[in-house]
Design a protein around this ligand. Structure first.
Ligand code: UDP
Ligand code: MG
Length: 480
């Protein structure tokens, strides 16, 4: 498409509910502009039917192109891929959820004709909750002070870029991509106009609180090293305060003689210093981690297919099939189940030891039945967490937590029934039967424990899923 005038880049992650409506709205706006265009959709590893829908849209219209990632790599990676794909003289970045109204493209193109390289549509915060508004504006004020580039509240990724601005963005090689900062960093003539914020047309935002917090930290760290400088100031201030305090103590000793040593002061100083040192290490670690991420030089995303592959008829497996929730049918599935089961058994042994340790140490001080309940609760809680992280390799949810004790209950009932059967019906020895019943009931409780843990997740399996259906920001940005 040699003479393409506008490319529209749209990152999509699980947007099946809205993608068709968005596409229709966008097409009608683009038709009105009377310019040649292409739409570059990037499916960021959606787990719903987004990819199939994009493939159908591309099959129906040559001007629609798409790229699909092998997994969710994050919006930053998707935008980068879209910009790389784009061939237009101007490129607009838009969200798929209609929060970036396609109708505003007219205004953007008009401003672009005045020679602006970046035309930014800035949303207002009307209709947003009080808390979110306050936190956001405080964040942007703090960013304004800390960052070496201007990041303006409400100015996001919804913008139209000239080809040379796109080339400048693509020339930045960093793996940790913080677009808001990058757009500001490249410079060029920029103009913005404000539009009224709209709610998502359908589906859910992928930005939970934790993700926003991580994104905020990324913003602070990506474009400057001021946190490191702050740490130096804190260290110097503390050293100065310690020196003044030491002087004061020396004077006290000279004037009043040696007094009872201040244990509390000492303890507070040690703990406070320890905390500050740890926080400092954390700040340094953040930078070192980023350097590590950058040095790996990994690609920022992996492509599963593009519209060209689809036209050749070579589509990969559907995400649903690839995920294989419990993977029982395949060889890998069996291996996984075996690994999970041995992990479950090991954790069971560890937790029995934990229970014994808690029970034995507490029953000296509190009634033994209370000690038993505490030990049991600790071991169930521990078992839940360990099995979540190590057996199922996922993250805990409250729903899973409340379902998990069912596994212990089933174990109790099943092993009780087996014990009864062994002792009463078969006349077996009591201790040996109890052991055998425990062993025999373990697979059942494993299946229930795994179900409980996975039931809280959107999908299960070996791959570590993300709760808000979004991976850690650090991961997405580095896209390792
Ligand atoms: N998105 C993406 N990958 C992600 C998360 C989001 O491509 O990991 C896309 C999403 O499909 C949408 C846009 O980025 O088109 C903005 O996402 P969302 O609406 O969840 O963010 P919000 O508008 O709440 O900031
Ligand atoms: Mg949105």
């Amino acid at each position: 498409m040699e003479d393409c005038q506008i490319s529209i880049v749209v990152p999509c992650f699980n947007e099946e509910e809205v993608i068709n409506t968005f596409h229709r709205a966008l097409m009608s706006v683009l038709a009105d502009t009377r310019r040649s265009f292409e739409i570059c959709y990037v499916d960021d590893g959606s787990r719903d039917t987004t990819r199939a829908q994009l493939s159908a849209l591309a099959a129906a219209d040559q001007r629609v192109r798409y790229m699909s990632f092998s997994r969710n790599f994050g919006k930053e990676a998707a935008m980068l891929a879209g910009l790389r794909m784009s061939r237009g003289a101007a490129v607009a970045l838009m969200d798929a959820d209609l929060q970036h109204p396609p109708g505003l493209l007219h205004r953007m193109l008009e401003l672009r004709q005045h020679g602006y390289d970046q035309v930014v549509a800035r949303r207002d915060r009307l209709g947003e909750g009080w808390l979110r508004r306050t936190v956001s504006s405080a964040y942007y004020r703090a960013m304004g002070r800390c960052m070496d580039v201007d990041v303006i509240d409400g100015e996001g990724d919804f913008r139209l870029l000239s080809r040379r601005a796109v080339d400048a963005v693509l020339a930045l090689p960093e793996a940790n991509r913080f677009s808001k900062g990058i757009f500001s960093w490249i410079g060029f003539e920029t103009v913005s106009f404000t539009y009224q914020n709209v709610d998502r047309a359908a589906g859910q935002s992928k930005w939970g609180g934790r993700r926003l917090l991580n994104y905020g930290i990324d913003g602070l760290i990506s474009f400057n090293s001021r946190p490191l400088r702050l740490v130096i100031y804190v260290g110097l201030a503390l050293a100065f305060a310690a020196f003044a305090y030491a002087l004061w103590i020396a004077v006290e000793v000279i004037v009043h003689g040696v007094e009872v040593p201040g244990f509390a002061t000492l303890l507070i100083a040690v703990v406070a210093l320890g905390g500050i040192q740890l926080a400092t290490l954390g700040v340094i670690g953040e930078y070192v981690g980023r350097i590590y991420g950058e040095t790996k030089r990994r690609p920022l995303y992996v492509v599963r297919e593009t519209e060209a592959d689809a036209r050749r008829g070579g589509t990969g497996p559907l995400p649903e099939a690839a995920a294989q929730p419990n993977g029982m049918a395949t060889g890998t599935g069996r291996l996984r189940t075996l690994r999970q089961f041995s992990s479950f058994v090991t954790i069971g042994i560890v937790n029995t030891a934990v229970y014994m340790a808690v029970y034995a140490s507490l029953n000296r001080w509190i009634p033994y039945l209370v000690a038993h309940v505490v030990g049991f609760a600790v071991s169930v809680g521990g078992s839940f967490l360990l099995n979540t992280y190590f057996t199922c390799r996922t993250k805990p949810t409250w729903r899973a937590f409340f379902r998990f004790p069912l596994s212990s209950l089933v174990n109790l009932v099943a092993s009780g029934a087996l014990l009864f059967l062994g002792v009463h019906s078969l006349g077996m020895e009591k201790n040996l039967t109890a052991l055998a019943a425990g062993v025999l009931a373990t697979p059942l409780s494993f299946v229930i424990a795994r179900w409980a843990i996975n039931s809280g997740t959107q999908h299960s399996g070996e791959k570590r899923p993300d709760w808000t259906s979004v991976p850690d920001r650090s991961e997405d940005l580095v896209s390792g």
